[in-house]
Design a protein around this ligand. Structure first.
Ligand code: NAD
Length: 416
């Protein structure tokens, strides 16, 4: 694996588009710099009476098109490079999806499984209180990400609201329904990936996804809903799924609903009734579509050559390195980039924010309809740019997104 940082990888992909669209140097500097980033170190009282100091981050990449938006993750590997990269990707994700936000991301270096519920609550509240001067419903709106959930968003909301002296629904998204959450948010990223996969299948493979074979790596929030919706609603044949315990293969099609129920009951796919393969083998299956929905950097220089899928739809953030991108392009494998494919989550987060600001809540059908429209438009814009610039889909999506943010920046002008 290359030792380059994640942000360097993302900049390589950004610069490929910036070169092709002949972006001037000044604008390139503006768009590849972060507006603001903070590191906070804060103490938390543990259950045994001891004190532990945690490190957290919040980065805001760009706010030319609207307030910054992005999740907060809790993970022992959280670091500045990762948070910078993910906030950078959020800017392009919001722009390509046509929602009026810029990009942000936050995180705390912690394994939340080591904390009691009380410790997790105190740690979450103190982190949020530390970043509160930099965020707000019209400034920067956090959301769940890896290892954070609706309960943690409720503590965030309450912490901020206590400081304001009023309930502030617009401060976070991914809230429980009872606290101003939106219907359709849990499934939103997977549904968005499914819509994009069907559009990409028509565009690149000449026909709808119905009956085509699909392998999905990762069976968490994104992977499980993607497999379920693609199989049940779009008629795709899901031949393989996986999680941290390995891959599960059935050439006649996996019963995804059963897998879904299995994971709910057993917490992982371990023991699920299908042929056991490795996660590496899953990536190398001869399928029409491969959907990496687990981790970053799963398709790399050392395994890209073994990929046999005709189309890759990136559901995880950053699953393909730039070196692997080049190998896939040379093999004629089409790829839909992460910040286009997985934009469904932030799109429904935007719907949640709008509903909260108006205190008027939509039906599930309205959410799904609006998401469908947004994702299809986003795909169409990228496909149009791909043809205009005669390039690959990642570069085309960057071009669409960079154009929107660069135009907003030019219209606003450089202050003062
Ligand atoms: P999750 O924690 O719910 O699920 C992750 C899944 O990956 C689990 O099934 C886990 O077992 C599996 N996994 C972990 N390590 C693995 C390994 N080494 N090999 C194979 N599988 C492994 O996370 P999620 O919310 O589904 O997010 C997955 C990816 O999608 C992340 O990159 C995340 O940033 C991105 N994403 C998530 C959302 C969202 O709304 N949840 C939105 C946009 C992007």
């Amino acid at each position: 694996m290359a030792n380059k940082g994640l942000f360097e990888d993302a900049l390589t992909q950004f610069n490929r588009a910036a070169d092709l669209m002949k972006l001037d140097d000044g604008m390139r500097q503006v768009l590849s710099s972060h507006k603001r980033g903070i590191r906070v170190q804060f103490p938390v009282k543990m259950d045994d009476g001891s004190i532990r100091v945690f490190t957290g981050y919040r980065y805001q990449h760009n706010i030319a098109r609207g307030p910054a938006k992005g999740g907060v993750r809790y993970h022992p590997n959280v670091n500045e490079d990762e948070i910078k990269t993910l906030s950078f990707l959020m800017t392009w994700k919001c722009a390509v999806a046509g929602i009026p936000y810029g990009g942000a991301k936050g995180g705390v270096k912690v394994d939340p499984n080591e904390l009691s519920t009380g410790e997790l609550e105190r740690m979450s509240r103190r982190y949020f209180s530390e970043i509160s001067p930099f965020i707000g419903p019209e400034t920067d709106i956090p959301a769940p990400d890896v290892n954070t959930n609706a309960q943690i968003m409720s503590w965030f909301l309450d912490t901020y609201s206590m400081g304001e002296g009023r309930s502030t629904l617009g401060i976070v998204t991914g809230k429980p329904l009872e606290l101003g959450g939106s219907l359709g948010r849990p499934e939103a990223t997977g549904r968005g990936v499914s819509i994009i996969t069907n559009e990409a299948s028509k565009y690149f493979l000449g026909d709808e996804i119905k009956g085509k074979t699909v392998a999905v790596q990762g069976f968490g929030n994104v992977g499980s809903y993607t497999a379920l919706i693609l199989g049940e609603e779009y008629g795709a044949k899901i031949v393989a799924i996986s999680d941290i315990t390995g891959g599960y293969y059935n050439p006649d099609g996996i019963n995804v609903k059963e897998a879904f129920e299995y994971v709910t009951a057993h917490k992982s796919l371990e023991g699920f009734n299908a042929q056991k393969i490795t996660n590496e083998e899953l990536l190398e299956l001869d399928v029409d579509v491969l959907i990496p929905a687990a981790l970053e950097r799963t398709i790399r220089e050392d395994n890209a050559d073994k990929v046999k899928a005709k189309l890759i739809v990136e559901a995880a953030n950053g699953p393909t390195t730039p070196e692997a991108d080049a190998i896939l392009r040379s093999k004629g494998i089409h790829l839909v980039p992460d910040f286009l494919s997985n934009a469904g989550g932030v799109t429904v987060s935007y719907f949640e924010w709008v509903q909260g600001l108006y205190s008027y809540f939509w039906d599930l059908e309205d959410v799904r309809k609006a998401l469908d429209k947004a994702m299809k438009n986003a795909f169409k814009d990228s496909a149009t740019a791909r043809e205009e610039y005669k390039t690959d889909m990642r570069t085309a999506s960057y071009i669409v997104a960079i154009n929107k943010v660069a135009t907003a920046t030019r219209l606003r002008g450089i202050f003062p």
